[in-house]
Each structure stands twice: as structure tokens, then as C-alpha cells.
Design a protein around this ligand. Structure first.
Ligand code: CP
Ligand code: NVA
Length: 328
């Protein structure tokens, strides 16, 4: 059987385009297996170690990597770089070289995606992007996995993004472009995702059959399976806060916008949310909201990734079992 998860052994995940559609679907299947029965994977990452390097604050990403890795028997070291950027005390290359001698994988949350790429070039162990200014791949993969749990086939998902075309939006575009669904990005023209991300997504979409639409028309959310928003001012953008808040005011997700989407639409947010700003309390607390499912699934999806990277033998046999069950 073709091994979709073994193929990512010893590779980095800096952005979603580092993965093929087959590999992403393999991660979804393994995440579902893990979520269903952690006991079956007990000790899978025993003797393995993960280092977390964070230049920015985090709740979900830090806790899901830390507790998730420990759940599978591994050890985690957290290095807080909020006060001192990576590369300040010693070069990025020296830092990566040292850590590669102790850790089996390194997850990094950073200000600059260019620094992350430099770090990955100098590291001999897999580097996982735990959020950069340009991408948040673990978030987007967990989110699409969450939508599939509601019964929609990955290649049929229609996701509508409303608000600021930011790092989370970029990674969702790349995921949908790879899997073959539709992504409707509703932003003011000046906050559209970067042209380079859209161009590369178009290339992937051509192969997968996906459709990526950018518009400022809020009516374009009609029929979407998920309405997704995020904070209007991302970490590191504080200087642009006033300008962005003014421009994004019409793009708040409220009950009227959810009605325009339709009764099938789930509300999605990576969190943390600024309640009352990009989303109303009424929507985020509604029955349509799946934000806590998204948060939970961060752990299962990241664990699937870590098992695929560090224990390809286990990933392979779990995948084989789950596809046999699926074909019954
Ligand atoms: N969604 C997310 O990445 O949350 P944290 O910033 O709390 O890690
Ligand atoms: N776009 C947000 C996501 C936080 C998880 C940020 O970068 O701050």
C-alpha cells in the first residue's frame, strides 16, 4: 500500500505547501485514529524529545504541543524567546546546530518566516512552524480536519474567510488549494493575502480542481460550510491597529452575516478572539460555533504530524489499519 505518512519522515513543515494532498489526508486519518484511542499509541514517542521555541505568546499551540507530545511518551523543553529574539545571543545557525544534537524535532513560533527558513536550513532535525508572520500550517490543517468531522469530504469543502488576509488565512488557502475545495476570501482590497501566496495557490488549485476567490463582497459567503475569522490586528502589527480596525469594521462576523451564509455554516476562529471586534458574542457562543473543536483538534493533528515525522513505522501501520476499516 502506498504510504502517505511515511513520505514526510524527516522533513520540515514550514508551510502547508510542504505537503501533498495524499500526505494531508494521511495526517487526517492518523489524527482521527489518535483522537479515538490514545491508549493504542501509548509510548509511541518514548525516548523522543521536542523543543518549543516561542518568540510570541501562545496558549493553544504551546499546550497542545507540550501535553500532546507527553501523551505519547515524549519529553518537551520550552524555551521562551519573547524577550530575546532567536539569533540575538548566538547566530541562528549555531542555535539550530546545537539544538539538533539534543532534540528530535523543533517547533518554532517566530516573528519572521525568513528566520524560520534560515533555521530549518541549518537544522538536521525536522522543524515545525508553530506560527510565523506568514503562515500557521498546524492551525489550518487542524481546521480542515475539524470540518471533515462534520461529514464534508475534504475536496468538497467550501470555506469562507472574512476579515484580515493574514497568516492563518494564507495557510487555509494553501490547504484548500491542495485538497481541492473552494476558498472564498472576503477582505477589504488592501488586506488581501500576499500576491505570491495567491499565485502559488493558483498553481496547486489548477492541479487539484480547487477554486480560490478573493472579493470584498460579503454576499460571497453564501453556501459556505465554514465562516472563518481571526483578529484584525495580529501579533506584531500593533502599530497598524487603528488603521486596520477602521477598515475592517464592516467585516465583523455577526448573526446577520451567518444568516447570509446559510443554516449549514459553522463558525470558525483560530482563537484568541477579540469578542465584539471581529466576531460578536452571539456568534462565537452559538451552536454553529466549532471553535473549541478546532482547539482540541490542534493536539490530535500535531500529534499525527509528530508520529509521521518521528515514527513512520507506526504511522504507516495505523494508516493501513484505518484505511482497511474505512473500506469495509
Ligand atoms: N490558535 C493559536 O495558535 O492559539 P495560540 O496563539 O494561543 O497558540
Ligand atoms: N493571526 C493571529 C493568529 C494567532 C493564533 C496572529 O498572528 O496573531
Amino acid at each position: 500500500m502506498h504510504s502517505s505518512t511515511r513520505a514526510i519522515h524527516s522533513r520540515d513543515l514550514l508551510q502547508v505547501t510542504d505537503l501533498s494532498a495524499t500526505e494531508i489526508l494521511g495526517l487526517f486519518a492518523l489524527a482521527a485514529d489518535l483522537k479515538q484511542d490514545y491508549a493504542a499509541f501509548a509510548g509511541t514517542l518514548a525516548q523522543k524529545s521536542l523543543v518549543l521555541l516561542f518568540e510570541k505568546p501562545s496558549l493553544r499551540t504551546r499546550v497542545t504541543f507540550d501535553l500532546g507530545f507527553q501523551k505519547l511518551g515524549g519529553a518537551v523543553a520550552f524555551l521562551d524567546h519573547q524577550g530575546s529574539p532567536i539569533g540575538e545571543r548566538e547566530t541562528v545557525e549555531d542555535y539550530a546546530g546545537n539544538l539538533s544534537r539534543w532534540a528530535d524535532a523543533i517547533a518554532i513560533r517566530c516573528r519572521s518566516h525568513a528566520m524560520l527558513e534560515r533555521f530549518a536550513r541549518a537544522s538536521s532535525v525536522p522543524i515545525i512552524n508553530a506560527l510565523s508572520d506568514l503562515h500557521h500550517p498546524c492551525q489550518a490543517l487542524a481546521d480542515l480536519f475539524t470540518l471533515t468531522e462534520s461529514g464534508v469530504a475534504p475536496e468538497r469543502i467550501h470555506l469562507a474567510w472574512v476579515g484580515d488576509g493574514n497568516n492563518v488565512c494564507n495557510s487555509l488557502i494553501e490547504t484548500v488549494a491542495t485538497l481541492g475545495g473552494q476558498m472564498t476570501v472576503v477582505t477589504p482590497p488592501q488586506y488581501r493575502p500576499p500576491a505570491a501566496i495567491l499565485r502559488s495557490a493558483e498553481g496547486r488549485a489548477f492541479r487539484s480542481g480547487a477554486r480560490i476567490v478573493c472579493t470584498d463582497d460579503l454576499g460571497a459567503v453564501a453556501g459556505a460550510h465554514g465562516i472563518y475569522t481571526d483578529v484584525w490586528v495580529s501579533m506584531g502589527e500593533e502599530a497598524r491597529a487603528a488603521e486596520k480596525r477602521t477598515a475592517l469594521e464592516p467585516f465583523r462576523v455577526d448573526a446577520a452575516l451567518m444568516s447570509r451564509a446559510g443554516a449549514q455554516a459553522k463558525f470558525m476562529h483560530c482563537l484568541p478572539a477579540r469578542r465584539g471586534e471581529e466576531v460578536t458574542d452571539e456568534v462565537i457562543d452559538s451552536r454553529a460555533s466549532i471553535v473549541l473543536d478546532q482547539a482540541e483538534n490542534r493536539m490530535h493533528l500535531q500529534n499525527a504530524l509528530l508520529v509521521a515525522l518521528l515514527r513512520p513505522d507506526i504511522a504507516q501501520s495505523a494508516r493501513a489499519k484505518s484505511s482497511l476499516q474505512g473500506s469495509r
